[in-house]
Design a protein around this ligand. Structure first.
Ligand code: NAD
Ligand code: TDX
Length: 353
């Protein structure tokens, strides 16, 4: 098999960096170029392990700058593109949607335009677009999203991701670009940025800070371990059908309060001097337009590509808690920087009338 040369956009973020680890740990015959703007969510520490590896290359690049995209990628050898780069936090999209439209819609558009030049030279094997189940909107108590569920995005974030999904689809139909889109559920695992539910709860437990639960805590998410997600993306890149979409999830629905309580129990075991951590739970103002429930039906990727997750929730959530306990310098650096200002502001908002 010829060497894979993968361009990973957003590879310094949570899932993108896990994808780089997954690929470089499992294959010698590959090269990876990460492009990333290094926003507040991008962190080169996530990729430190590979900085001297000849298979790895990093380029600082803003995908919303078309000139920069074409200039900086002109001489990079690329056979596959895994497009992760995005603004990804729903709460931030409510506070300020503009960056979401710029990066998620326009940035994806420029990456597709660049991919079209590779396709014209017959160099591109696949463009994998990483999207979310949030494009399908909110479910009530029953049912699950399939690949044919109509789009119904509710937040500026999910609307911007839906916009990019439609562009990807159009580039297949119009230009024959070898694209595939994956729509996954909520990820968790190592390198998860502390603004999201699971890392936020772990780190607040460790600091004895309140655990802010939006609304009643009954909203449901379908949790996917990031390592399973990355293996699934790799499988889709190698064996998926162009022009198709694949939902990725592990039938692991939990309501937010269950998640927070599970983390509290693990923290009671691992950090007993703060126990019982459940006393830190604080019900706060709800997220505006808060989607009630997401659930993925992964039957298509299971039956068509033979995908099976490797991890169980109980072991993976414990691994995640352990990762944060073992990587204090990683999160201390984030908590001592600009992120703290965002968190204090957000926390004040959540407690205002
Ligand atoms: P993240 O916020 O942790 O990382 C995003 C990365 O993109 C960061 O490294 C950031 O610096 C980079 N980036 C942002 N704007 C950029 C720009 N203009 N140019 C270049 N790089 C830029 O996000 P994540 O959680 O790793 O999500 C990765 C992808 O997966 C996103 O497309 C997201 O929509 C999707 N997704 C995430 C989840 C989840 O649970 N985290 C679930 C479903 C889908
Ligand atoms: O402090 C909190 N308290 C709380 O109750 C936070 C940060 C969140 N929540 C709730 C809101 C959601 O119901 O927890 C749930 C999960 O919230 P997030 O971690 O912000 O994730 P979500 O909004 O579901 O979106 C995530 O999954 C889908 C990712 O951030 C998206 O990028 C992805 O597309």
């Amino acid at each position: 098999m010829k060497q894979r040369k993968i361009l990973v956009t957003g590879g310094a973020g949570f899932i993108g960096s896990n994808f780089v680890h997954t690929i470089l740990e499992s294959s010698e015959d590959v090269s990876i170029t990460v492009v990333d703007k290094l926003t507040y969510a991008g962190n080169l520490k996530n990729l430190e392990k590979w900085k001297n590896d000849p298979r790895f290359n990093f380029i600082k690049l803003d995908i919303t700058d078309k000139t920069e995209v074409f200039a900086k990628l002109q001489n990079v050898a690329i056979t596959e593109i895994a497009h992760f780069a995005a603004e990804s936090h729903v709460d931030r999209s409510i506070l300020g949607p503009e960056e979401f439209i710029k990066t998620n819609v326009m940035g994806s558009f420029y990456m597709l335009e660049f991919a079209r030049t590779l396709h014209a030279k017959k160099e591109l094997k696949v463009f994998l677009h990483v999207s979310t189940d949030e494009v399908f909107g909110s479910l009530s108590a029953d049912g699950a999203f399939t690949e044919t569920t109509p789009y119904s995005p509710n937040s500026p974030y999910s609307a911007s991701k839906a916009g990019s999904d439609h562009l990807v689809r159009a580039y297949f139909h119009t230009y024959g670009l070898p694209v595939i889109t994956t729509n996954c559920s909520n990820n968790y695992g190592p390198f998860h940025f502390p603004e999201k539910l699971i890392p936020l709860m772990i780190l607040n437990c460790l600091q004895g800070k309140p655990l802010p639960v939006y609304g009643t805590g009954e909203n449901i998410r379908d949790w996917l371990f990031v390592k399973d997600h990355c293996l699934a993306i790799d499988l889709v890149m190698r064996e998926g059908k162009f022009g198709e979409t694949y939902n990725i999830g592990t039938r692991n629905e939990k309501n937010n309060l269950e998640i927070v309580h599970r983390i509290c129990e693990l923290m009671d075991k691992k950090n007993p001097n703060g126990a019982p951590h459940k006393k830190l739970v604080q019900f706060v103002k709800d997220r505006p337009g808060h989607d009630f429930r997401y659930a993925i039906d992964p039957a298509k990727i299971e039956t068509e590509l033979g995908w099976k997750p490797k991890y169980q929730f109980d072991e993976a959530i414990e691994q995640t808690v352990d990762w944060f306990l073992e990587n204090k310098p990683w999160w201390e650096e984030i908590l001592s920087g600009d992120y703290n200002k965002y968190y204090e502001f957000q926390y004040k908002e959540l407690n205002s009338k």
